[in-house]
Design a protein around this ligand. Sequence first.
Ligand code: PLP
Ligand code: ZN
Length: 377
Amino acid sequence: MNGLLCRSCGATFPMNDPRWRCDCGGLLGVRFRARFDKEKILRRKATMWRYREALPVDDDAHVVSFDEGMTPMILADLGPGTLLLKLEQLFPTGSYKDRGASVLISKAKEMGVARVVEDSSGNAGCAIAAYAARAGIECEILVPDSTSPGKLAQILLYGAALRRIPGSREDTANAALAAAEGTYYASHSWNPFFFQGTKTFAYEVWEQLGFRAPDALLLPAGNGTLLIGSYIGFRELKESGLVDRIPRHIAVQAQDCAPLLAMFRDNLGAVPAIETRETIAEGVAIAAPVRGKEIVDIVRETGGVVLAVSDEEVESALVLLGRKGLYVEPTSALPVAAFLKFPGVRSGTVVAPLTGHGLKATEKMQKIASKQRVPIE
Ligand SMILES: *Cc1c(COP(=O)(O)O)cnc(C)c1O
Ligand SMILES: [Zn+2]
């Protein structure tokens, strides 16, 4: 039966119950039988909504979309190994978070939600604000004080109410939890419908590889919105008999904020409290990911691994990507840095996303660029 399922106590709720967690406080998942009709898929427009029968929105009239998705996937040409880069920075708001926002806000519209709140280090806030604007849903976004100014401007231009919270990313998350007491929480970590959007990443990779799964995926991971979504997508393809295995899901973290690495390496059952330092990979600077166990379980189940790279390695990868004509924000360079650093991940066909556009983080990009030697006549 379709519906929402608590991952802690097993309680179930109707699909259109506007709740984002269980009464026991547990995280929810979506139970939904995804269907795939290749002929229909190929006949439709090249957007993530071409997999319509796999997306849990009942009525087409509720779909909130900019015809996003079906991002290009290109060969990286970065030396040994086969790395395919999926250009997820090309989404309407400049990051793959639009996948999650499109399905989540469509679902909110379907449930008659008038107002949403979300907290974010930037990109998820941009995506939720844009789709809420398109849907005519009121929106409040909470961000840490340190968020890149470009992302703040973007959220404001979309017409969302913006609250800047002093302190850490976790302080912002706590403020959002309080705000969510009376409002629908459009959280990219808590709300299970976000992952029903990010799962389309897997469908597109499958289609673009000629209806095949790659051997491995290299995914930046903080809250795991892309990693968990990708796993759900490939699991559904496998359950439908369309791929014979789920690819290895390899999580890449920033060395200065790597709770998932500690959990994986030390074989822990929960996310440990860790020391963190500031990192240029602001998109994955999550010290306490609420779905940490789910992420590490996926890595283990698919035969993957959790890796970490330093800010210096991220910068080098970023510069190298620039030299190949690809301008992405620092967090997006994590998988490429890992591909260059760890020869063990280079076997078979490996797919990595470029998650966010370089224009999002101009201040950081300027700093990196200014270290490059500019010849003077
Ligand atoms: C959100 C984001 C990530 C990682 O997402 P998580 O959900 O935290 O794992 C990576 N890169 C960019 C640019 C992002 O915005
Ligand atoms: Zn529960």
